[in-house]
Ligand binder design. Structure first.
Ligand code: SF4
Length: 525
């Protein structure tokens, strides 16, 4: 028995019969910093779920990530008994094409379809397959392979990102991937993750000790001390985070974490706890001032974001546009509200009714879905695919772009805001006598030092007066707080300017999409 697990084929982020230029593989460049030109932050994430599956079955398995169509066919010819294809809704056409290729080039292989795309109603009829994996995949896959679904879970050791570039400078992939669990019980009506896993939290790492031991193992293997925590709402289980912190303090480990968390859980544990824990960035779902979910009730976001940034924690707030409460006036009220929070980063996403969510079911039942819109448009970064009481679908693309540009014009480049956050956090912790917090302060200083050589290039490419003022202020304050740049930093600064100039030419020429390299990983051989 041989298993092949694959993501969909590229190229990505181009207009062709399978995809769109507005659906890119780079997370931030797709939906966070996409209108920030040369300042857009570029990196890729592996299809971590495929590695998780491969690590937890005992048969020889190949993970093929980001193949071309030809590379996928080449791999099929190596003789597999089971081929798993993972896809999101927007990649329906790619998954269909790949399943057809499996039937042609590996006719004896069973096909498993997995990922958020599998609940599209047409999948059953239109995509050749033998199995559909809905929900948690590890135990399910073990089941169809005749293995013990309840065997202990093994967590793969993988880097969190690759192919990073900041202002055109290739940056080292410096963090590991940690996935404590899947799903979220909150069940916000639009949330595909929560509903895909049946509004349950499915833990893989149930204790702080398990997470700590994993971090130690990743540190040893990859030489990293920063971790991207792939868990929709990590702080929902504060006792786990508390145990993790206690072990870090006991063993003198100043690990750092990028987290997703709802506001209610941040306010429960408090900002001081997050600083001790080593949280360096938080993805926070603000959503809208007009549709307030339980997780956000009573939260003063302005104060919260300010407090987090004052403690050196970068904040990404996410917002939803084209709610029913939005008309041409109120949508801008919401955009100004989100921008007015002054976070480091903002994700604007169009309301997107994807199959199996209550939002989708409600729109389907009331005939509001634009059923003739191909699935490759269903990704939230182009135009809506439902009837809105106040907007035509073909104006939503422009308004989304204007929201991103308004943010960029008003707050300046996200990269500079993050440099500001490092400095603010360093100042807040400047006088601490607590040795563990002093470690946190020194980490912020190192981070600030790492990005300081980017300031000169940022000044070269600042696109308006606000951005120029921000860069100028930061340059002065960095000089005040950290003293003159070292000779090494001065040299780096010139190198960054060279890379940034080249990147700016690339962006200006319209070549503003990078493709991930194909990654082939073998398990159990
Ligand atoms: S709190 Fe976040 S992860 Fe949980 S259901 Fe709501 S949007 Fe989804």
């Amino acid at each position: 028995m041989k298993v092949l697990l694959t993501s969909v084929f590229g190229p990505y982020g181009v207009d062709d019969e399978y995809g769109q230029a507005s659906c890119r593989m780079e997370l931030f460049h797709n939906q966070v910093t996409r209108e920030q030109g040369v300042f857009s932050m570029r990196f890729f994430h592996e299809s971590f779920g495929l590695h998780f599956l491969a690590e937890n079955i005992s048969v020889p398995t190949t993970v093929l990530d980001f193949p071309s169509e030809a590379r996928f066919v080449e791999e099929l010819r190596r003789g597999y008994d089971l081929v798993g294809i993972s896809f999101i809704v927007a990649n329906f056409a790619k998954a269909k094409r790949m399943a057809e290729l499996v039937r042609r080039h590996a006719p004896h292989a069973r096909i498993v379809l997995g990922g958020h795309g599998v609940q599209i109603p047409e999948v059953a009829e239109e995509i050749p397959h033998d199995h559909l994996c809905v929900g948690e995949g590890v135990r399910w896959l073990r089941g169809i392979l005749g293995e013990d679904p309840k065997a202990p879970i093994r967590h793969p050791i993988r880097p969190a990102t690759f192919g990073g570039r900041i202002l055109g400078v290739p940056v080292k992939d410096g963090s590991g991937h940690v996935m404590p669990g899947l799903g979220c019980p909150n069940g916000c009506r639009f949330c595909s993750t929560s509903h895909f896993f049946g509004r349950q939290y499915i833990p893989y790492l149930e204790t702080g000790k398990q997470i700590f031991d994993l971090c130690v193992a990743i540190e040893r293997a990859l030489n990293v001390r920063r971790f991207f925590v792939m868990d929709e709402n990590f702080l929902q289980h504060p006792e786990r985070a508390e145990e993790l912190l206690a072990l870090m303090e006991k063993h003198g480990k100043t690990y750092r974490f990028n987290l997703f968390s709802s506001a209610e859980n941040i306010t429960k544990v408090g900002v001081d706890f997050l600083v001790r824990l080593g949280v360096v960035s938080l993805w926070l779902g603000v959503e809208s001032k007009f549709e307030v979910y339980d997780k956000n009730r009573g939260v003063n976001f302005k104060t919260l974001v300010n407090d987090l940034r004052d403690h050196g924690i970068s904040v990404l707030t996410s917002a939803i546009l084209f709610l029913d409460q939005h008309d041409h006036r109120t949508i801008w009220e919401d955009i100004r509200f989100i921008v007015g929070l002054e976070p480091d980063l903002i994700q604007f996403m169009q309301l997107g009714p994807v199959p199996y969510t209550p939002l989708y079911r409600g729109m389907k039942a009331t005939g509001r879905l634009l059923e003739n819109v191909p699935y490759r448009h269903w990704h939230g970064q182009e135009r809506i695919w439902f009837q809105h009481p106040h907007f035509k679908a073909d104006e939503t693309d422009r308004i989304l772009t204007e929201a991103f540009r308004y943010e960029y014009d008003t707050l300046g480049p996200a990269l500079m805001r993050m440099c500001d956050t490092y400095l603010r956090g360093y100042r807040t912790l400047a006088s601490t006598r607590d040795p563990f917090l002093a470690g946190r302060r020194e980490a912020l200083k190192r981070r600030a030092g790492k990005f300081r050589p980017f300031l000169a290039a940022a000044r070269d490419h600042a696109h308006n007066e606000t951005a120029r003022e921000l860069v100028g202020r930061l340059t002065d304050e960095y000089n005040d707080v950290f003293g003159r740049m070292t000779l090494r930093q001065q040299a780096q600064s010139q190198v960054v300017r060279g890379f940034a100039a080249r990147e700016a030419r690339r962006v200006a020429a319209g070549r503003n999409v990078y493709q991930p390299r194909t990654i082939v990983t073998h398990y159990g051989r």
